[in-house]
Design a protein around this ligand. Structure first.
Ligand code: GAP
Length: 444
């Protein structure tokens, strides 16, 4: 399958995201700022659901992983030890004519500027460090220089000893966190795919060197790939690509990228890597502190091997939007056809799970009943009350991906039953008001 098979363009997704309140360009009234985005009322819930689904599976449903939340600004030596100060670079090329900047590896040739078309105006590629810097405290000297973390992982490495001692865990065990990371990308783009501020969900899983490390790595590759499928991501748009020795860092014994087929082609959602003891060794060397695990029973120290899974929460949220998108042609009973946009979100991911409406907004009995039903369902599902033209109500809920809509009509006042419409099949079913909560719980 290739990108032409994806049934929606990025422009269509960006327009829908803005129209329905999923994602807006940051500080748009001032013209926006490249590589930064804001999540609207529905987008913030969608992203939270994605993060909760990750956290639930990685932390809450396991007894061998503990949660963590480290600071964004860390001691600058963290980034010296990790190698980010020395090698976290992209090659940058400037056009002397139009002042546009490019990543050298994104250019077919250095002969001609792809923006202004002038030949001979591109500079030689030079290293550009992707870390964003800031100043800590009132002094403006070099000692105050600090960085916004480009990954959340290092916070977990430098705290390895604090965590295993306080939580009484012994390898194999993992530390997990979700948080913001910052990279001064030369060319942010493809909507929220490549941003300068983004959120990562990272799992650092430490194992003893007992010969089972590759097995554990393979288990995580399988588990993490399955996670996307569990939330409905289409199988033909998902793949796990094993990295060759040339593609991965010299210290990594194995690596796999989980990729999704975006409208412009395959793109990385997550990287899973066998990193050996590289990270803990580097921090021990620079800090002079012993981060090895002390095995009480054997009275020996050892440095555990690290298996890392690092997923982008903005890329996963974007994937959920693109993957759920469908433009469906529907035929009515009189033979006429029309089209509807529907987001077929997994019910656990959908920002609104149940829409509740009265058949007519000017009938107080219906309005009161519908509001009461929505209020009663609210503690048990993500609900939304709305009123207006029935066709438009369904159209709006389809476009935001609401799996079920509950309609309160005149018959409800007589028999206490409501009409429930299924987003995907558009089939309608009468359900007694007293059975409604259970009916929905079974399906959500
Ligand atoms: N600690 C390992 C690490 O950070 P990475 O492959 O550089 O690995 C992991 O990043 C994930 O973070 C990526 O697979 C991607 O989903 C997300 N990510 C990285 N850079 C990003 C960016 N500029 N915008 C949005 N997401 C990004």
């Amino acid at each position: 399958m290739n990108a032409s098979a994806v049934n929606v363009t990025l422009d269509e997704i960006a327009a829908l995201a803005k129209r329905r309140g999923f994602i807006f360009p940051s500080s748009e009234i001032y013209g926006g700022i490249g590589g930064f985005f804001d999540y609207g009322p529905l987008g913030s819930i969608l992203k939270r659901n994605v993060k909760n689904a990750w956290w639930r599976e990685i932390v809450e449903l396991r007894d061998d992983v503990v949660g963590f939340d480290s600071s964004i600004v860390m001691h600058p030596n963290t980034w010296v030890a990790s190698g980010h100060v020395a090698v976290f670079h992209d090659k940058l090329v400037d056009c002397r004519n139009c002042k546009h900047r490019f990543r050298a590896d994104h250019l077919a040739s250095l002969a001609k500027c792809p923006n202004c078309g002038m030949t001979g105006t591109l500079t030689e590629p030079r290293d550009f460090n992707l870390m964003m810097s800031t100043r800590v405290g009132p002094a403006e000297d070099s000692a105050s220089l600090a960085y916004l973390r480009p990954e959340t992982a290092q916070g977990m490495f430098v705290n390895f000893k604090n965590v295993y001692q306080s939580s009484r865990k012994r390898p194999p065990f993992g530390i997990a966190q979700i948080g913001k990371s910052f990279r001064n990308e030369i060319t942010p783009g493809n909507f929220t795919f490549r941003q300068r501020e983004f959120e990562q969900a990272e799992l650092e899983y430490f194992v003893p060197d007992d010969g089972h490390d590759l097995e554990t790595y393979e288990r995580w590759v399988a588990e993490r790939t399955r996670w996307y499928s569990n939330y409905g991501v289409r199988a033909d748009r998902l793949r796990a690509c094993e990295l060759t020795a040339a593609e991965r860092p010299h210290y990594a014994k194995a690596g796999t990228d989980v990729e999704y087929l975006f409208p412009w082609g395959w793109g990385e959602l997550e990287s899973i890597a066998h990193r050996g003891t590289y990270d803990l060794d580097a921090h021990m060397k620079l800090s002079g502190k012993d981060l090895r695990y002390f095995d009480e029973a054997a009275k020996t120290h050892f440095t555990p091997i690290l298996i890392e899974s690092s997923a982008g929460m903005d890329r996963t949220t974007l994937t959920m939007l693109i993957d759920a998108y469908d433009l469906e042609t529907i035929a009515s009973e009189d033979g006429k056809t029309s089209q509807r946009v529907v987001l077929r979100f997994h019910p656990k991911i959908a920002p609104v799970q149940v829409g509740v409406f009265p058949l007519a907004r000017n009938k107080p009995d219906l309005v009161e009943r519908a509001r009461g039903i929505e209020r009663a369902l609210r503690p048990h599902a993500r609900t939304q009350y709305d009123e207006g033209n029935v066709g438009q109500l369904y159209r709006r809920q389809d476009e935001i991906g609401t799996p079920y809509c509950v309609m309160v009509d005149f018959q409800t006042l007589d028999d206490g039953a409501v009409t429930v419409r299924d987003r995907d099949s558009m089939r309608q079913e009468r359900v007694g008001e007293s059975a409604l909560r259970g009916w929905l719980a079974e399906r959500l």
